[in-house]
Write a protein that binds this ligand. Structure first.
Ligand code: NAD
Length: 353
C-alpha cells in the first residue's frame, strides 16, 4: 500500500484533530508530511506535536511530494484555497461547510473537473453512531413506516471562538452545525423537498444566527424538524423519530435513550384513565404493558472510514461516499434558508423542491 502524502492547511481545532486521527488510525494510507497555518502560535504547536511546518501555503503547492491537502481554515477561506490547490495538481479534502453558498461551490466544481484531481468534502457526521442507528431504523422497518424525524443539537455556550461570530468569515449556526444536520437528513431521505419553514434566532445579539428551527416536509410524506440552539441550559433529545409501529428517542452522543414498539398482539384491556394535572385522561395514559415492548437500538458499524474511502478514491478510482452532487444539494438548501427563495434559480428549485 502506497500512502498518500498529505499536508494540512489550518492547524486549529479541526486541522489538528484530523492529524491526530490520521496518525492513530489511518497512517497506513495517509502520510502527514506537514502543516501550515497563518498563525505563528499554531505553527509552534504543530512543531511541538512533531510535524514539519511549511513556511507558506505556496510552499505546500510547490512541493511535488505533496499529493493531497486538507483545508481546515475558517469557512470564507475555503473557496480560494481549494481552487489554488486543485490548480496546483493536488487532491483536496475540504472541511464543511464547503463554501458560503452554491455559487462559490460551483466555481470549485468547475476547477475540480478541469484539474482531474479528487475533491471531497469532510461530511464526517455521516459516520456518527447515533446517525447510523437512525439510518438503520429508517431503512429496516423496525418502527414501521417512519413519518416524523426530529434532529437537534443544543448547547448553552453561545457561539464559540472568534470567526464564527462574523458574517464575513461565514459564521453562524446554519453554516456551522446546520450543514451537518442537513447533510445527514438529505443523505437519509431520498425524496424531493415539498415545503420548508425556517426561523433563525439572534438571541445573543450577534450579526449571524446563533441557532435556528427548520421544518422540512418531503414528498414521501416524512415531516422533519431540524434545530440548533446555543442558549439551551437543558436540552431536548438528539433524535426523536416516529413510525407507524414505534417511537425511538436518542438522548445524547452516548446513545442513551429508548425505543418502544407496539406489540404484535392486540392488548386485551384498553388504557385506564390517569390523573393528569387537575384533570383525567385516557388518551394520554401510558399504554398497558402488553401493548408495547422496549427494544435495544441496533448496533451499526460502518466498515469504511472517511479516509479509507478517500484513499480508495485517489488510488483505486472508487466512488466517494460523500458525493459532490449531495454536497451541492445541502448548499442549495442552505442558500434557501439563509437568503430566501429569490436566490434559487427556477430550474434548480424544481429539482430540490
Ligand atoms: P479554528 O479557528 O480552531 O482553526 C482555524 C485555523 O485556520 C486557525 O489556526 C487559523 O489561524 C488558520 N487559518 C486561518 N486562515 C488561514 C489561511 N488562509 N491559511 C492557513 N491557515 C489559516 O477553527 P476550526 O474549528 O478548526 O474550524 C476550521 C474549519 O473546520 C471550519 O471550516 C469549520 O467549520 C470546520 N470544522 C469542522 C468540524 C467537523 O466536525 N467536520 C468541526 C469543527 C470545525
Amino acid at each position: 500500500m502506497r500512502p498518500i502524502n498529505f499536508a494540512v492547511v489550518g492547524y486549529g481545532g479541526m486541522g489538528s484533530y484530523h492529524v491526530k486521527k490520521i496518525m492513530s488510525k489511518e497512517s497506513e494510507r495517509i502520510n502527514v508530511i506537514g502543516t501550515y497555518d497563518i498563525s505563528e502560535s499554531q505553527n509552534i504547536l504543530s512543531k511541538k506535536d512533531g510535524y514539519i511546518v511549511f513556511d507558506s501555503f505556496q510552499s505546500i503547492l510547490d512541493d511535488s511530494n505533496v499529493e493531497a491537502v486538507l483545508i481546515a481554515t475558517p469557512n470564507d477561506t475555503h473557496k480560494n484555497l481549494v481552487i489554488q490547490a486543485l490548480e496546483s495538481g493536488k487532491h483536496v479534502v475540504c472541511e464543511k461547510p464547503v463554501t458560503l453558498n452554491t455559487v462559490e461551490f460551483d466555481d470549485i466544481l468547475a476547477v475540480a473537473e478541469k484539474s482531474g484531481k479528487k475533491f471531497i468534502v469532510h461530511h464526517n457526521r455521516r459516520w456518527d453512531p447515533d446517525f447510523l442507528i437512525i439510518q438503520e431504523l429508517y431503512q429496516n422497518n423496525q418502527l414501521g413506516d417512519i413519518f416524523q424525524i426530529e434532529s437537534r443539537v443544543q448547547g448553552a455556550n453561545g457561539i464559540p471562538g472568534d470567526w464564527r461570530h462574523l458574517k464575513k468569515h461565514g459564521g453562524g449556526m446554519v453554516l456551522d452545525w446546520g450543514v451537518h444536520l442537513f447533510d445527514q437528513l438529505l443523505y437519509l431521505i431520498d425524496s424531493p423537498i415539498k415545503k420548508i419553514t425556517t426561523d433563525l434566532s439572534f438571541i445573543l445579539g450577534d450579526e449571524v444566527d446563533d441557532g435556528f428551527s427548520c421544518a422540512i416536509q418531503f414528498e414521501n410524506g416524512v415531516r422533519t424538524v431540524i434545530e440548533v440552539g446555543t442558549t439551551n441550559y437543558t436540552k431536548l433529545p438528539r433524535w426523536y423519530i416516529k413510525g407507524t409501529k414505534g417511537t425511538a428517542k436518542i438522548d445524547d452522543w452516548d446513545l442513551s435513550g429508548e425505543m418502544i414498539v407496539a406489540s404484535e398482539l392486540q392488548p386485551s384491556t384498553s388504557p385506564k384513565p390517569i390523573q393528569a394535572g387537575v384533570g383525567l385522561t385516557k388518551t394520554m395514559a401510558p399504554p398497558s404493558e402488553e401493548a408495547t415492548s422496549k427494544i435495544e437500538f441496533p448496533i451499526i458499524n460502518k466498515d469504511i472510514s472517511f479516509y479509507q474511502n478517500f484513499y480508495d478514491v485517489v488510488r483505486n478510482q472508487s466512488e466517494p461516499i460523500v458525493k459532490n452532487e449531495e454536497v451541492r444539494k445541502v448548499m442549495k438548501l442552505i442558500d434557501f434558508i439563509l437568503f430566501g427563495e429569490k436566490n434559487i434559480k427556477e430550474a434548480e428549485a424544481a429539482y430540490l423542491f
